[in-house]
Ligand binder design. Sequence first.
Ligand SMILES: *[C@@H]1O[C@H](CO)[C@@H](O)[C@H](O)[C@H]1NC(C)=O
Ligand SMILES: *[C@@H]1O[C@H](CO)[C@@H](O)[C@H](O)[C@H]1NC(C)=O
Ligand SMILES: *[C@@H]1O[C@H](CO)[C@@H](O)[C@H](O)[C@H]1NC(C)=O
Ligand SMILES: *[C@@H]1O[C@H](CO)[C@@H](O)[C@H](O)[C@H]1NC(C)=O
Ligand SMILES: *[C@@H]1O[C@H](CO)[C@@H](O)[C@H](O)[C@H]1NC(C)=O
Length: 397
Amino acid sequence: MTNLCLKMNQAAIIPVLMVIVFVQGQVPPFKETCVTNAYPPSEKSHLVPTYVLNLDLPPTQRWQNLAKDKGSQIKTLLKKFIEFAEDFGNGTVNTIINYLNKQGDSMDTTLPQPYADEMRGIATASGLGLGEVIIYNLFYEVFTVCTSIVAEDNAGKLFHARNLDFGLFLGWDIKNHTWEITEALRPMILNVDYQKGGKTVFKAVHYAGYIGILTAIKPGVFTLSMNERFDLNGGFIGIIEWILGLRSGQWMGFLTRDTLLYSNSYEEAKKNLTMTQMLAPAYFIVGGNSTGQGCVITRDRNKAVDVWNMADAGKWYILETNYDHWKSPLFIDDRRTPANRCMQNMTQNNVGWPGIFNVLSSKPVLNKLTTYTALMQVDAGTLETWLQYCPDPCWPF
Ligand SMILES: *[C@@H]1O[C@H](CO)[C@@H](O)[C@H](O)[C@H]1NC(C)=O
Ligand SMILES: *[C@@H]1O[C@H](CO)[C@@H](O)[C@H](O)[C@H]1NC(C)=O
Ligand SMILES: *[C@@H]1O[C@H](CO)[C@@H](O)[C@H](O)[C@H]1NC(C)=O
Ligand SMILES: *[C@@H]1O[C@H](CO)[C@@H](O)[C@H](O)[C@H]1NC(C)=O
Ligand SMILES: *[C@@H]1O[C@H](CO)[C@@H](O)[C@H](O)[C@H]1NC(C)=O
């Protein structure tokens, strides 16, 4: 869960969480067992669709069809994001949006290409302003809470999987035991196949309208996922600086996209994700294509503060939630201990989709904020994304 939210508005959120915890009758630490037969889910409709993005098209046209289809849903979500932010900001977010809308074309010099034009294309196709599309995109840069795992089977084959939990604690539905935003996000999830000359260059999981990358595979080469990292010199400072015009840092989601396009090996990707200055801190989880190649890069805004290699950890897997691996997780948000317990219970003999999907479907690794589980296997070049729902009783975050 986002302890960032706790920092931002402790007074408002803690009582809400307490009520939910009380109503759910659950208190950490959790005694849930590891589920054993979650894969493949019986609901085939939970497998997300694929959108082909043609990198040979001008950037303004790349997302056109998707933005037309999903335009009204993007608007609804943006409205909810703004509602959430206004609880803290009292008008500031709308002021920022107006400011960004007015800047219009002059943004070109500061927002990197092709992303400026892609956002402009989305704005036109969906009927939103450029400032609104920018704010919609910025939200995903700072609110992704998750669990990522890279694991190696006995033959040295690498698997990379992740849960993406996203919900901003907005609108707990007492009757349905769901988060309003999490529910609104699931229909927005899709795989995007980035092609050049009709051939796949890389594949990623997206929320429609967000053009950065949180989860992706470059077939045969590497896999990557991003988990949010909360830090005092955090995302908000970087983002405020960016809005004010201090634009030396890279958006996290554009750094990952550039890396997928331009890096041609695990080592190169690792280096780029380690060195590039960013707006917000993050964890990058990277898997390669040969034995031992898995790592967690702990980033502050300027560079890596730590690179944790699977080989150095002396393990057949590496796992990251939203806390520095050398520190304890927040006690009410410990998804790490249960995930490790289930991985160890699974054993290396059972590394593969069923085993790893089971771990990511065990509570509280799976919780009410979980929107999807993505499974990637580098040699086969597969990306399989399942919508996730956490049936009651289930931990809210
Ligand atoms: C570990 O796995 C076994 C089956 O292989 C199961 O019976 C047991 O309950 C599991 N332990 C936990 C903590 O889930
Ligand atoms: C929030 O904005 C409204 C109107 O813009 C104003 O009347 C009110 O005093 C503001 N509240 C705070 C806490 O700043
Ligand atoms: C609760 O869930 C049901 C079925 O999923 C849905 O029809 C209903 O609209 C939901 N209620 C609210 C308040 O969202
Ligand atoms: C590394 O990332 C930067 C910033 O996003 C990008 O300009 C560059 O092309 C990337 N290089 C590689 C090799 O991935
Ligand atoms: C792994 O990636 C490197 C760099 O692209 C490539 O040279 C090598 O052949 C790949 N190895 C395997 C086993 O696919």
